[in-house]
Design a binder for this molecule. Structure first.
Ligand SMILES: Cc1cc2nc3c(=O)[nH]c(=O)nc-3n(C[C@H](O)[C@H](O)[C@H](O)COP(=O)(O)OP(=O)(O)OC[C@H]3O[C@@H](n4cnc5c(N)ncnc54)[C@H](O)[C@@H]3O)c2cc1C
Length: 427
């Protein structure tokens, strides 16, 4: 396992649970800072529950839902009831969260090396024709294991592994060495966040502002957030989508300063309540990165761009793709003749393929400032409509009922499928 963040630690946990001998290599020492909004949605909470970690969250801030704010209006929307997910979330700093999950993997039998970096695959030669930018097709590189440098001990070790799971995050240097690359026609997010002291640190709603603007006053595709942490601080940030050339030159630091100035005064966020300098990062999304499967490796989480393009959420998708990868690798180890790693790509497509195609279409639409303004403006006149949209955007449609959100998603998925057929017959 290369990387011990959400996707690497979840994969290590689920592999260890299947009795697999697993080594997780993490270049940092926990606890460590990780730039994030620290928001856990019901999908994340479900995965943490499944890993036996809900009691470990008990001292952290549990919240009820999302407050959407735009054009002078606001709606508080509780997380919806769902048969598979809880109707609450948590905010937990990544400083605290990631070490918890990694320790749980260790308790389940995984070996973890912290402060050790996988600097290169042992054998990254392509063993077949190279593949396209996304998916598994054609690419059959092998990793063989990894060369691992432990800076604390001053050692360099060759680790031979039957299978490697690459969970090294958005920059994914190890993944790139195995041939992965981002399909630039897919959207990518940029986000920046900082911590502020606030009297509303234990508010029971996380807040998102859908009308952040550039210097010309255009509503930009993205949102500003204030996530209460329950420990005297709130996590404040903005996320932007680089949907077109038009938005690529935007300076996130400047937008963040404007947002801090513009956010409701009751939060008391200002340069004087800041707990440090804001930091930012990339959000690769919509399964933008591939190939995701090689001869002896699979990739997970941000390393494959698993973030949900609708809302920029990536922790849940890190846990989920880590879990799926662990299942595929454990099956391949147990029954080598019946299973190969390609089923990983099939599982990803089954879980996320259509949903992410719809999300990518949505992101294209909101890249147009007039449409973005029109959609947010219309949504902010109806709480039921916004609640419906929230359910779709948080990937919380029910499998057992056809309510308004499920109908909306079904219609959008139908349009997206028809557009795809038209594109493929044209080209
Ligand atoms: C500003 C910002 C705000 C965000 N807010 C949210 C939010 O509120 N909620 C949400 O769900 N998502 C959020 N995200 C997205 C979320 O942070 C990521 O999707 C998530 O961290 C992905 O998990 P991962 O395990 O794939 O990668 P990472 O969390 O990046 O973990 C990768 C790990 O691998 C280690 N590593 C890397 N290379 C090597 C190597 N060669 N050898 C050994 N170790 C290595 C790193 O040290 C790291 O610990 C946000 C992202 C940003 C940038």
């Amino acid at each position: 396992m290369v990387g011990g963040g959400p996707s690497g630690s979840a994969a290590a946990y689920w592999l260890a649970n299947r009795g697999v001998d697993v080594l997780c290599i993490e270049k940092k020492h926990f606890p460590r800072e990780k730039t994030c909004g620290d928001g856990l949605t019901p999908r994340s909470v479900r995965q943490l529950q499944d890993m036996g970690l809900e009691s470990a969250l008990a001292g952290h801030h549990r919240y009820t839902g999302l407050r959407s704010v735009a054009f002078g209006r606001e709606f508080e929307m509780a997380w919806p009831e769902h048969p598979d997910y809880p109707s609450y979330g948590y905010t937990v700093t990544r400083f605290d969260l990631d070490g918890l999950v990694c320790a749980q993997a260790e308790k389940s039998g995984a070996t973890v090396w912290q402060g050790a970096e996988a600097i290169a695959p042992l054998d990254a030669r392509p063993a077949g024709p190279g593949g396209g930018p996304a998916g598994a097709a054609g690419a059959r590189r092998r990793s063989g294991g990894a060369i691992v440098v432990d800076k604390d001990r001053g050692t360099r070790t060759e680790i031979h592994a039957k299978y490697v799971i690459v969970a090294d995050g958005a920059l994914s240097r190890f993944g790139r060495a195995l041939g992965s690359r981002r399909d630039k026609s897919y959207p990518q997010g940029m986000a920046i966040r900082g911590y502020f002291r606030s009297p509303r640190h234990d508010d029971s709603f996380i807040e998102s502002h859908l009308d952040i603007r550039d210097r010309e006053g255009n509503v930009v595709p993205g949102y500003g957030w204030v996530f209460p942490l329950g420990d005297g601080r709130v996590n404040v940030g903005i996320g932007l989508l680089s949907t077109s050339e038009r938005w690529k030159g935007l300076n996130t630091t400047k937008l963040m300063e404007q947002f801090v100035d513009f956010a409701p005064k009751s939060w008391c966020i200002s340069p004087s309540t800041a707990c440090g300098v804001p930091t930012g990062g990339r959000l690769p999304m919509g399964l933008a990165i591939g190939p995701r499967v090689g001869g002896d490796f699979v990739m997970t989480g941000d390393a494959i761009g698993a973030i949900n393009p609708f809302n920029g959420e990536g922790i849940a998708y890190g846990y989920e793709t880590g879990r799926i990868a662990a299942g595929v690798v454990a099956d391949a180890l147990e029954q080598p003749n019946r299973h190969d790693l390609d089923s990983y790509e099939d599982r990803l497509q089954e879980e996320y393929g259509r949903y992410y195609a719809v999300a990518r279409g949505f992101v294209k639409v909101i890249g147009n400032p007039t449409l973005m303004r029109g959609m947010v403006g219309a949504g902010m006149y109806s709480k039921p409509l916004m609640s419906t949209v929230l359910r779709v955007m948080a990937n919380l449609c029910r499998p057992d009922e056809l309510g308004p959100a499920e109908a909306l998603y079904k219609a959008a998925a139908g349009v997206s499928a028809r557009l795809e057929v038209r594109r493929s017959t044209r080209g």
